[in-house]
Ligand binder design. Structure first.
Ligand code: NA7
Length: 546
């Protein structure tokens, strides 16, 4: 687009891309400070991840009392969660309630995809263009595009030949799908599939699960929330929130822990005997949830310690699944536990005891083709009416690289990130002034409860923009040296853990041709927050603010 086009374009202080939890809170903060902002959202509704992922059984793996905004004490008190883990429909109702309560929708433009964002050096502004041909310009361009928003579909030949229906977990029809009497196949055994499989199996005539890599999963032990407990919890909400922010307790929630246990957190490596360790794993297995991994503090850095937790889960799988061959296929053996995000399920392994469920190992004999009547592997043909793709996402960089983003001198982001994402603190990118990423690569993001990381970033950004305004400053850019040092630090922290052994989407390993770079910052939300606060206290150390 030419500069002349932009002279007449709508002008904003900030354009925010995405109306999920991040984009909406960013809008709230900017508006509160008197800035003019516009949110563009590709979907025809708000909610981001929770708008798209409507597959059966979709539920958050963080507890509802922890997976919610903390910026408004009134909101915190008035919203009533019904279950320990919030279901997708309940989360969507929550975010719609928040949008209405704070009158956010008047600055949100739905069904509008941002296609390009170009930095104009002379005007020190971002020229943003949408798929509807709209052009606006803004001082700041804030990306709230989510870490898991671009679906990754497998490159299996023949999908178009299939005579039945094909669904993706991350693009589920709003009206739902009735599987009654159907022969259903599902490709993938990640978190989405692990939640969907028990629900689909309960309805379908037959379910065939095509598994390439088994995953570790722990029981959610979901249940209705006890109103008395909620009352007590709400009375101490500020303290709980602070504990989450500082990483004092697992951000996934602490519902079933006693006050004593909550404060204690994780046992130091080697402080528990073998028997005590088994007891603790048993206890946390029974309590349910991702907190299971946090029994000892070296589970993600020490292979021997990791294997104790992994073997515990494998034993549970073998005890649960009656057919020993199926149980063995379901036991993850190729990655340390937790190096792929641990799954939290309801009756996942139990589902393989149903007569109408078949597990097919496609690691041994990969899917060769999809035919008009089903799936063919090297060994067999499976006749299906419905095929469900639960094959994951082009995580963390996918949504950003899908847009044509160009910084100073017209440099494309795709060129800058050709060998993997480079960012200072996961917030700003050298050469891309005033482009800000919420929970971008290089920040804790997907290794944390996203809500905690989103609020921390939005607050940091809002504070920074406000200070800039007060000092008459208009340009924020990451210094290249600081960015390089940060990227090195992110790698160093990751390399001291077992994460790189996971072959996960954290590393881009699920997308053919994507550079293998560990993208999130693995030191935890507490230390990361301290670093960000120190950067601010030191006058935006590592940033060029002019
Ligand atoms: P994931 O966790 O990336 O899972 C995708 C699954 O799809 C995984 O089991 C893959 O096996 C499988 N897959 C992908 N391509 C194929 C082909 N071609 N053949 C067979 N199997 C395939 O995505 P989810 O949506 O489940 O979860 C993403 C995150 O959302 C999750 O971590 C939570 O944070 C919420 P693979 O492991 O690559 O062998």
């Amino acid at each position: 687009m030419s500069e002349a086009d932009h002279d007449s374009a709508d002008q904003f202080d900030a354009v925010i891309v995405g109306a999920g939890f991040a984009g909406l809170y960013m809008l709230y903060r900017l508006r509160e400070m008197g800035f003019r902002a516009r949110v563009f959202e590709a979907a025809d509704g708000i909610g981001g991840t929770w708008y798209w992922n409507r597959y059966p059984g979709a539920r958050c793996d963080a507890e509802s009392m922890a997976y919610s905004y903390s910026f408004s004490a009134q909101l915190e008190q008035e919203w009533e969660w019904t279950e320990r883990y919030p279901s997708q429909p309940e989360i969507l109702r929550y975010i719609e309630y928040v949008a209405e309560r704070f009158d956010l929708m008047r600055d949100v433009q739905l069904s509008t995809r941002v296609t390009c964002a170009h930095y104009d050096e002379n005007a020190n502004a971002w020229n943003v263009e949408t798929d509807g041909g709209e052009r606006v310009s803004a001082r700041f361009c804030i990306m709230a595009t989510g870490c898991l928003s671009v679906p990754q579909l497998p490159d299996i030949p023949g999908v178009d030949e299939f005579a039945g229906s094909v669904y993706q977990t991350s693009r589920w029809p709003h009206e739902g799908v009735d599987f009654t009497g159907q022969h259903v196949g599902i490709i993938g055994t990640g978190s989405s599939a692990i939640q969907a499989i028990p629900v689909i199996a309960a309805q379908a005539e037959h379910l065939t699960v095509f598994q390439r890599t088994p995953n570790f999963s722990v029981p959610a032990k979901n249940k209705p929330l006890d109103p008395n407990w909620v009352k007590q919890y709400k009375a101490q909400y500020p303290q709980h929130r602070q504990d989450y922010r500082l990483g004092k307790v697992s951000g996934f929630g602490d519902l079933l822990l006693s006050d004593d246990e909550r404060g204690k957190g994780i046992a130091a490596a080697g402080s528990l005997s073998r028997a005590e360790l088994q007891q603790m794993y048993e206890k946390f297995w029974q309590l349910g949830g991702a907190r299971f991994l946090g029994v000892v503090d070296d589970a993600l850095v020490n292979e021997a310690s990791n294997d104790v937790a992994a073997e515990f889960v494998r034993r549970k799988i073998r005890e649960t699944v009656r057919d020993p061959e199926v149980a063995e296929l379901l036991c993850p053996k190729t990655h340390p536990i937790g190096t792929k995000r641990i799954c939290v399920d309801t009756d996942y392994f139990e589902t393989y005891n149903r007569a109408n469920v078949t597990l097919v190992d496609v690691a041994g004999s990969p899917i060769q083709t999809i035919t008009n009547c089903g799936v063919r592997t090297a060994l067999a043909q499976y006749e299906l009416d419905v095929l469900v793709m639960a094959t994951g996402f082009d995580a963390m960089t996918g949504a950003l690289l899908e847009m044509d983003i160009r910084g100073s001198g017209g440099q494309p982001l795709s060129e800058k990130w050709a060998a993997g994402p480079r960012s200072y603190l996961g917030l700003c990118i050298a050469g891309f002034p005033n482009l800000i990423t919420i929970t971008g690569p290089g920040s804790p993001s997907v290794l944390s409860n996203m809500l905690i990381s989103i609020e921390q970033h939005v607050d940091w950004i809002a504070d920074c923009i406000d200070r800039m305004r007060n000092r008459g400053l208009t340009r924020l850019e990451a210094d290249l040296g600081a960015e390089n040092r940060w990227v090195d630090h992110v790698n160093e922290v990751a390399n001291a853990t077992l994460y790189p052994k996971g072959g996960s989407w954290y590393l881009g390993a699920n997308v053919p041709g994507k550079p293998r770079v560990f993208m999130p910052y693995a030191a935890g939300v507490g230390p990361y927050r301290e670093i960000c606060d120190r950067v601010t206290a030191n006058g935006y150390e590592g940033f060029l603010v002019t």
